[in-house]
Design a protein around this ligand. Structure first.
Ligand SMILES: Nc1ccn([C@@H]2O[C@H](COP(=O)(O)OP(=O)(O)OP(=O)(O)O)[C@@H](O)[C@H]2O)c(=O)n1
Ligand SMILES: C[C@](O)(CO)[C@H](O)COP(=O)(O)O
Length: 380
C-alpha cells in the first residue's frame, strides 16, 4: 500500500510562546518541524511526505526543511482540521498518516503498529492509557470522571486515504480535534494501537524544556579520527586550519590542500559514521579544485547536527618541520571554531616534528591527525 505522510504545521503555537511559531523553533539544535518530518520520512513504508504550513510561513518552512523532499508546501487554514482538509486535497496514495509537527519524536515502531491494521480497519491511531484520576474542574474540582476504558489519542493517525477523505466530506459537526473523531462519526472502524510517551505533543514552554532534557539524556559519546597528508608543491602561502600561513613552498592536492581542515572533516564524519571527505567531496569533482576547505568542515558539522549530534571537542596535531605552527595556533583555533559554529575553547591545535624522520622529516609535506568527540542520539 503506498503511504503518504501529511504533517500539519500551520499552527501559531500561541501556548508555547517564544515569538516564532513553535514548529520552527529549535529542539536539540534542529527545527521541531524538521524532526517531525525526518522521523516519518525515514520509515521505509512511507513513500512521500507533504507538509501543510501557515500563510506567510513559506520562508521559515523552506529553511527548516532544507534538503528534504516534501514536494510543494500546502497552505493550511484557521483550525487544525482546515489544515488537514487542505492537505487531503493535495495528496495522493492509498494510505495516509496524518501527523502533528508538534510531535517531533515518532518512533518507527509506532508507524509499524499503525500500518499493520489497515488491512482490516479503515484507520488506526496510537493511544496511551490514562494513569491519573480524571475529574471535571473550573477553579475548583467538581465530579470525578470514570476513566475506565479511557485513553489519550496521539498522532500519527493512519487511514485509507479515500475513506478519510469521504469522512471529512460528510463531517457536519463542530471543528473536530483529530481525524479519529471524523472517521468514527462516518462509521469507519479505527484500531487503537499502543502509543508512545516519546510522541507527547509539545504545547507549552515547559514541554520544550522537557523535550530538550529528554534529547540530552539520549545522547551517547562517539569519537572519530581523521588523518591527512599533503606534499609540498608550487609556491606558498599555504592554508592550515583555515589560516593563510606565509611560506615559500605551497601544498599540492585536493581543494586548498588544508590538511588540518581535511583531518578534522574526516574525524567529524567518522564520529557520526557518515563516511569520509572523499565520499562527500570527490577529488575528481572539479567543483572542489582550489575550493576553500572551510566548506568541507562546515558541511561535516552540519551533517553531525542534522543527525542529532553535538560537537564537544576537536583535537588536532599538525606534523611538520616547516612552517612553524606556534605563531598561528590561536588564529587556527579561532578559524576552526568559526567554521564549526562552536567555541574556541572546544578546539585544540598542537604541532610536532618527527625529529627529521620520515617524509615530514625530509621536508616533503605536512600531515595532520584529528580526533573529534561528539554526542549523538542513540537511535541513529
Ligand atoms: N490552523 C492550524 C492549527 C494547528 N495546526 C497544527 O496542528 C498541530 C497540533 O496543534 P497545536 O499543538 O494546537 O498547535 P498550535 O495550534 O500551533 O498551538 P496553539 O493552539 O498553542 O496556538 C500542530 O502541529 C499545528 O501546527 C495546523 O496545521 N493548522
Ligand atoms: C490531533 C491531536 O494532537 C490528537 O491528540 C489533538 O487533538 C490536537 O489538539 P490541539 O488542541 O489542536 O492541540
Amino acid at each position: 500500500m503506498s503511504t503518504t505522510a501529511l504533517i500539519v504545521a500551520a499552527g501559531k503555537g500561541e501556548r508555547a510562546g517564544g515569538g516564532l511559531p513553535k514548529q520552527y523553533r529549535l529542539l536539540g539544535g534542529k527545527p521541531m518541524l524538521r524532526r517531525a518530518v525526518q522521523a516519518l520520512a525515514s520509515h521505509p513504508a512511507i513513500s512521500k511526505v507533504r507538509v501543510v504550513i501557515g500563510s506567510g510561513q513559506q520562508a521559515l518552512a523552506q529553511q527548516a526543511l532544507d534538503g528534504i523532499d516534501v514536494g510543494k508546501l500546502v497552505e493550511g487554514g484557521e483550525e487544525r482540521a482546515d489544515s488537514v482538509r487542505a492537505g487531503l486535497s493535495a495528496i495522493e496514495g492509498e494510505a495516509i498518516l496524518v501527523h502533528d509537527a508538534a510531535r517531533p519524536f515518532c518512533p518507527p515502531q509506532v508507524i509499524d503498529r499503525l500500518l499493520a491494521p489497515l488491512e482490516f480497519f479503515e484507520g488506526a491511531a496510537p493511544v496511551l492509557a490514562i494513569g491519573d484520576t480524571l475529574a471535571r474542574a473550573s477553579d475548583r474540582l467538581n465530579e470525578p470522571v470514570d476513566r475506565t476504558g479511557m485513553v489519550r489519542v496521539q498522532t500519527p493517525q493512519a487511514f485509507r486515504l479515500a475513506a478519510l477523505r469521504s469522512a471529512y466530506e460528510s463531517w457536519s459537526g463542530a471543528t473536530p480535534t483529530d481525524e479519529t473523531t471524523v472517521a468514527r462519526a462516518a462509521g469507519l472502524t479505527v484500531a487503537a494501537v499502543e502509543g508512545d510517551p516519546a510522541l507527547e505533543k509539545i504545547t507549552t514552554p515547559r514541554d520544550f524544556a522537557r523535550a530538550e532534557e529528554w534529547l540530552l539524556s539520549r545522547l551517547v559519546p562517539r569519537t572519530g579520527i581523521g588523518f591527512d597528508v599533503h606534499a609540498f608543491g608550487g609556491e606558498g602561502p599555504i592554508m592550515l586550519g583555515g589560516v593563510e600561513v606565509p611560506h615559500l613552498r605551497g601544498l599540492a592536492g585536493h581543494s586548498d590542500a588544508d590538511v588540518v581542515l581535511h583531518a578534522i572533516t574526516d574525524a567529524l564524519l567518522g564520529a557520526a559514521g557518515l563516511g569520509d571527505i572523499g565520499e562527500h567531496f570527490p577529488p575528481s569533482d572539479r567543483r572542489w579544485a582550489g575550493a576553500s576547505s572551510d566548506l568541507f568542515v562546515a558541511h561535516a558539522a552540519a551533517l553531525v547536527r542534522d543527525n542529532g549530534g553535538i560537537i564537544d571537542h576537536i583535537d588536532c596535531t599538525i606534523i611538520c618541520e616547516e612552517p612553524k605552527v606556534g605563531p598561528h595556533r590561536l588564529a587556527m583555533r579561532k578559524a576552526v571554531a568559526a567554521a564549526l559554529g562552536i567555541e574556541e575553547a572546544q578546539i585544540s591545535i598542537k604541532a610536532t616534528t618527527t625529529e627529521g624522520l620520515g617524509f615530514t622529516g625530509r621536508h616533503e609535506g605536512i600531515a595532520a591527525q584529528a580526533v573529534a568527540n561528539i554526542r549523538q542520539e542513540v537511535s541513529r
